[in-house]
Design a protein. Structure first.
Length: 61
């Protein structure tokens, strides 16, 4: 098992929408806050949630 943590999906477009979701990476404010403490299992779950939000926001992406 690798000790290397998954890198942040931040793309430096840091602005939260009315639902407290970043319009750049689609992580919630809580997920962004949690990221630095999360292990890779939790980071995968956060990325899965963010991907689902991104697809819901733009199904053509």
């Amino acid at each position: 098992m690798s000790d290397v943590l998954i890198a942040s999906p931040c793309i430096s477009i840091c602005a939260l929408d009315e639902n407290d979701v970043c319009v750049g990476c689609y992580r919630s404010a809580a997920e962004i806050t949690r990221w630095s403490l999360a292990d890779n299992t939790e980071r995968h779950a956060i990325l899965d949630s963010a991907t689902a939000r991104a697809k819901a926001a733009n199904p053509f992406a």
